[in-house]
Design a protein around this ligand. Structure first.
Ligand code: NDP
Length: 514
């Protein structure tokens, strides 16, 4: 059975049928809410990954040759296909990841919007352009363009299994690359569905986007094949391993890692709006959001009102898997232990739990948990919790809030609530993060023109926006001599006095500047 046929059976598995024909080792994906099997998938080993990348490489030339217009037309067909089947995909996301159907619709909508932007802006961001040649090469025309790399490998997470990988996939494809995507072992059916949708919507270049499934070793195989760039989203610990593996083949990497994002609530903030945003930023998706709010620093002027408002709002949240549930189960079972450890560690250090707890939400779920008076040295403040928890800390003023917000090895995103535009902009600029929203949370992720990525332990490189398109290209510089000069400085035949003449000209042009 060819790998292509195997991938067809992967698609069957995505629809819920067990793959009886796979000759390779397989694994099951299960629904976190019920434990029911969602699908059975091949564990692709080195040879299978190599064969998939080889097919992608063959397709990459055809895909690049389509040019911006040809690719835009096909990416538009793909986006239309996704938009028409949004509920079908959202049902699968609900089953395999656990999030509410409505949240899945929001996630898919964001991904579709990014697809549209990437396809629509690729020519302007990457296409050939003339640039000024400058004084020393005035007799040349200079050209710049951004060419595709070839095959991009994407290793994705389970928390936003459509939106997050699509931030790499859409931009890499729009830039003219083929893509091989390795979804998380917790969400392979969603990855297989996305690839099957591509094959159906874009049959003439079907191999330009393919999926391989398996565990960490399958991801490592993708690094080793090698591909021309590897875009990774996940934990900093695994990111280090991926970088080390990619170093063996000098494969460049893009790292979208975790965060410990903070919100600053200033004296003049709209406290009700800030509390609403903090609760959504911390608890939506069960807190399993890399750009989720995990810490709030509220000034003394607003602290008591803010805590009261957050406490009232979280009472209304109810984790579950039914239609009225506000967020779902923990997608990765082992994460529950991480959350429990952080809460237990905080309470042992004297923190107060204002609402919720970790044991009263039912198996597989974590209740909304707000922690006050948590020492800054504890795990709940320093490490990524990735659960529906929030620490709220009283500070003297916004400067102290900023200093504490920045006192982390992470630097992904954050939020500032203030009625003063200038003050908020100043705080946002000085926040050590790749992205900051003022008077809201997470908004930057929904603006396709804005780059997405972090600093420090949160990684490097950018998806989304023009930077996200350029991330999957190499800049190509070309000069073309339009007319020869009487004196060619870059020739052994230049006259003896040419260098002195050049020095005199440079002195006249630049020497007067102090
Ligand atoms: P990982 O970082 O371990 O996994 C992310 C992806 O990398 C998965 O597809 C995984 O595959 C793959 N992978 C694992 N090991 C390797 C390897 N050696 N080489 C190549 N690829 C590999 O995240 P987890 O899912 O285990 O979650 C652990 C923690 O990471 C969470 O608790 C959370 O704190 C953080 N996280 C952060 C995310 C973010 O958006 N910033 C997203 C997800 C998690 P497989 O799943 O098959 O092991």
């Amino acid at each position: 059975m060819s790998l292509a046929e195997q991938m067809d059976t992967v698609t069957d598995a995505a629809a819920g049928t067990v793959d009886r024909h796979a000759t390779t080792e397989t694994f099951e994906s299960t629904a976190p809410a019920t434990g029911a099997v969602v699908g059975v998938f091949p564990v692709h080993g080195d040879a299978a990954v190599g064969a998939t990348v080889a097919r992608a490489r063959a397709a990459a030339g055809q895909w690049a040759a389509l040019g911006f217009d040809g690719r835009k037309q096909r990416l538009t067909a793909y986006r239309g296909y996704l938009a028409r089947r949004m509920h079908e995909l959202a049902d699968l996301v609900h089953r395999e990841n656990g999030k509410p159907h409505a949240d899945a619709i929001l996630e898919i909508s964001l991904a579709v919007d990014h697809l549209a932007w990437a396809a629509g802006h690729a020519r302007k961001a990457l296409g050939p352009r003339r640039v000024a040649s400058g004084m020393l090469a005035a007799n040349h025309a200079s050209y710049l363009e951004y060419q595709p790399l070839g095959v991009v490998g994407v290793i994705g997470p389970w928390n936003y299994p459509v939106f997050t990988p699509m931030g790499s996939i859409a931009y890499a494809l729009a830039a003219g690359n083929a893509v091989v995507f390795k979804p998380s072992e917790f969400t392979p059916a969603i990855g297989a569905w996305l690839a099957a949708a591509w094959r159906a919507a874009v049959p003439d270049v079907a191999d330009a986007f393919q999926v391989v499934t398996g565990f960490g070793a399958t991801g490592a195989a993708l690094c080793r094949v090698p591909v021309d760039k590897l875009a990774f989203t996940g934990s900093a610990a695994t990111g280090r391993k991926v970088m080390a593996t990619c170093a063996e083949t000098l494969t460049p990497v893009l790292m979208e890692l975790g965060g410990k994002d903070a919100m600053i609530v200033d004296d003049d903030a709209d406290v009700v709006a800030a509390a609403d945003a903090a609760v959504w930023g911390a608890m939506s998706n069960g807190g399993q959001t890399c750009i989720g709010i995990e810490r709030v620093y509220a000034t003394s002027a607003v602290y008591d009102r803010f805590v009261a408002e957050v406490s009232a709002q979280v009472q209304k949240l109810r984790p579950g898997s039914d239609e009225e549930a506000t967020y779902g189960p923990m997608t990765m079972p082992s994460q529950i232990d991480v959350v429990r450890r952080h809460v237990a560690d905080a309470t042992a250090a004297g923190a107060r739990v204002v609402t919720g707890g970790t044991d009263d939400a039912g198996e597989g779920y974590v209740a909304p948990t707000v922690l006050l008076d948590v020492p800054e040295t504890s795990a709940a403040v320093r490490e990524e919790t990735f659960g529906p928890t929030l620490t709220i800390t009283r500070v003297a003023d916004a400067e102290e809030a900023l200093q504490r917000a920045n006192a982390t090895s992470y630097g992904l995103a954050g939020s500032v609530f203030s009625a003063s535009k200038d003050r908020a902009m100043d705080l946002a600029r000085r926040m050590r993060s790749g992205m900051t929203s003022i008077n809201s949370v997470l908004t930057f992720a929904s603006v396709p023109a804005l780059p997405f990525g972090g600093v420090g332990e949160s990684g490097f490189g950018r998806i989304h926006g023009e930077d996200g398109l350029k991330e999957f290209t190499r800049a190509k510089a070309i000069t073309r001599q339009r007319l020869p000069l009487p004196v060619n400085l870059m020739s052994f035949g230049r006259p003896a006095g040419a260098a002195d003449a050049l020095a005199r000209v440079m002195g006249m042009v630049h020497g007067r500047h102090r």
